[in-house]
Ligand binder design. Structure first.
Ligand SMILES: *Cc1c(COP(=O)(O)O)cnc(C)c1O
Length: 412
């Protein structure tokens, strides 16, 4: 008898995006004339073509694979040295941060890495997540058996939810009890919030004092405009001893369909074994990678490397600028409509307060019906997301301008 991983049965069936699709489908069937007007500002996926530097690198690398002299088979599981060097240089050393190329692991995505990282941690950790939260952090802990059942609000027994609210600027407060693993994401999806150095320092200090480890998701670091704001957790003293950082080319280089990301595991980071011994984390993640992964394809790694060439960097900056200008247009439209907005300044997401008396899903239905625009209901990211909705700036300029116009025409 083949039994299954029963933890999967605890996962909530009515997940956010299927429900959005269902409502959009029903509306489209009922309104076939209006359906072509539909604009999606829901899912966090990029829309603009890849930077030219990446395209050229992809083509050249593909040609290399077609010649005996330059053909390559399996690459290093951790990623090619030249890519890890380029990352260490441009993302870290150039900013005065000492991250070595051998502390960097190349992967096919940060979603995968933030999920797979649980492989190397014990099953008895107390785990803290923010509320609202990127659902991957929660669901992967459910799958790993780290939680009980979900309650009515969708919160799982055994997880510590840190409420992110207007009052705390959507930056997770320290927990009142001791936790061992903490997921932080800045700039944040879904709220668009960004943490200051002082705020991150309170977390680093907490982790160091409690022998906890921070799992820092910096997928949106390139969207930070203000040089005073930390783009990396390693800008905080002591973070090398308590944090793993996840970065992705998905949102910076438009690589959501290309697939390339990286995880930084400092050599000095340690966890605790069952017998109470301090054990380095880096060799565990290396072992996990070499056993369960065979690396990212050669052309893709060349494409990622090309994002650090002078042309590549200029093209990435242009791409980010495009989305951030959309964010400005959408944020101002929401503000002009009298809505309360957060985020959108250092992130491609605008987090908007629903008008009094409307739930997140009420706003979803209103926007769909009156503006023919799909947004994401905040309640789908956690109970503290109720009363908010997320507008994504990942769109063409034409669509962003049109959505802004329609937001102005909705009777709020
Ligand atoms: C988009 C996103 C990522 C990136 O995931 P990839 O697998 O690298 O595409 C990671 N974390 C968050 C919160 C995201 O929104």
């Amino acid at each position: 008898m083949a039994t299954i991983n029963d933890n999967y049965l605890k996962l909530k069936a009515g997940y956010l995006f299927p429900e959005i699709s269902r409502r959009v489908r029903v509306w489209s069937e009922d309104n076939p004339d209006a359906a072509p007007r539909l604009i999606r500002c829901g899912i966090g996926d990029v829309t603009e073509p890849l930077p030219l530097a990446a395209i050229e690198a992809l083509k050249n690398a593909t040609d290399e694979l077609g010649e005996r002299e330059t053909f390559r088979g399996y690459g290093p599981e951790q990623g090619y040295e030249w890519l890890r060097e380029a990352i260490a240089q441009h993302e870290y050393r150039d900013r005065g941060l000492f991250i070595d190329a051998d502390e960097i692991f190349i992967s096919d995505g940060s979603k995968c890495d933030t999920a797979n990282i649980l492989d190397i941690f014990g099953d008895n950790n107390t785990i803290a997540v923010s509320d609202p939260v990127y659902p991957v952090y929660v669901d992967t802990n459910v799958m790993a058996g780290h939680t009980g059942e979900a309650d009515e609000s969708g919160a799982y027994e055994g997880l510590i939810y840190l409420p992110c609210t207007r009052e705390n600027g959507f930056v997770a407060p320290l927990p009142s009890q001791k936790v061992d693993l903490i997921y932080l994401c800045f700039p944040n999806n879904p709220t668009g919030a960004v943490a200051t150095k002082e705020q991150l320092k309170t977390w680093v200090d907490y982790a160091l004092q409690n022998d906890a480890i921070i799992l820092f998701d910096a997928a949106y670091s390139d969207y930070i405009r203000d040089p005073e704001l930390p783009r990396s957790i390693y800008e905080i003293e002591g973070a090398r001893d308590c944090a793993i950082e996840f970065r992705s080319f998905s949102k910076s280089g438009g690589f959501t369909g290309v697939r390339c990301a990286l995880t930084v595991v400092p050599q000095s980071l340690q966890g605790t074994s069952k017998t109470g011994q301090k054990v380095a984390i880096h060799p565990l993640w290396l072992r996990r990678s070499t056993t369960k992964f065979n690396g990212v394809s050669y052309p893709i790694q060349r494409a990622a490397e090309a994002l650090y060439s002078p042309q590549g960097r200029a093209q990435v900056a242009e791409l980010v600028e495009h989305y951030m200008e959309n964010a400005r247009i959408l944020r101002e439209a929401a503000q002009n409509a009298g809505l309360e907005t957060f985020g959108g300044l250092h992130a491609p997401y605008i987090w908007v307060g629903a008008p009094d008396g409307l739930s997140s899903w009420d706003v979803f239905d209103l926007m769909l019906r009156e503006a023919n625009v799909v947004i994401t209901p905040g309640s789908g990211f956690g109970s503290k997301g109720e009363g908010f909705f997320r507008i994504s700036a990942f769109n063409s300029r034409e669509n962003a301008v049109e959505v802004a116009r329609r937001i102005g025409n909705v009777k709020w």
